[in-house]
Ligand binder design. Structure first.
Ligand code: GRF
Length: 212
């Protein structure tokens, strides 16, 4: 069976951000866009939480925002179908999950295959899921870090695009390790978008190859 190959487009990208909370990764991406480090524009910031601080930041920065209340939809699939509709009507090229606290259904994953990225605060495939900085400390690993990956239907298991490692120190708390990892998140997430819209990302099966 021949392996499926996907190549990211070289273009000025139209990006949507999905977030549920603080939004520091969104800010890092938006800063990179404004500084011209990424050839793209953020055309929508969407949240499932009206009170998400990231949504407020997006409004303050003059970006289009949208909050969709999951309670107004009968099923998770209906909710994601509405998101797909909103993304498609804005011709979104790439969806960036930035602290978006909902598991995507296949409705959204399939509509944007190889076009949804996520940032995870651990070196996947170790420590998928939640509270992973504390888990890294509890396991006594010497290094942790962060991973930018494409979103596949299995949570936290899509093709890995970029990773950055940080040491786990003897006296680390969840807060100190999270802060050290977050610095790297803010560096590699915008970098992944830059590579994507430079047309330099190729996905072959579960592996990602970066040109240059
Ligand atoms: C980050 O730690 C990210 O890795 C994880 O959720 C957190 C979001 O933080 N997916 P922020 O909202 O971007 O500040």
């Amino acid at each position: 069976m021949s392996e499926e190959i996907y190549r990211s487009p070289r273009k000025t990208g139209r990006v949507a951000i999905l977030l549920s909370g603080r939004g520091s990764n969104f800010r890092a991406i938006d800063d990179a866009v404004r500084e011209g480090r990424i050839d793209a524009g953020i055309v929508l910031v969407l949240s499932n939480k009206e009170d998400a601080p990231g949504l407020r930041t997006a409004r303050e920065r003059g970006l289009e925002t949208l909050c969709l209340d999951p309670k107004l939809f009968a099923t998770r699939e209906d909710y994601d179908a509405e998101i797909v509709r909103r993304l498609e009507e804005r011709n979104v090229d790439l969806v960036c999950l930035a602290g978006y606290m909902r598991i995507l259904t296949p409705v959204l994953c399939r509509a944007f295959k190889n076009r949804i990225m996520n940032i995870h605060p651990a070196l996947l495939p170790s420590f998928p899921g939640l509270h992973v900085q504390q888990k890294a400390i509890d396991w006594g690993v010497r290094f942790s870090g962060c991973t930018v990956h494409f979103v596949a239907e299995e949570v936290d298991m899509g093709p890995i695009i970029l990773q950055a490692a940080v040491p786990v120190l003897r006296d680390d708390t969840e807060e100190t390790l999270s802060a050290r990892i977050l610095v790297e998140e803010h560096r590699i997430y915008p970098e992944a978008l830059r590579l994507f819209f430079e047309g330099r990302i190729e996905v072959r099966g579960r592996r990602v190859f970066i040109d240059g």
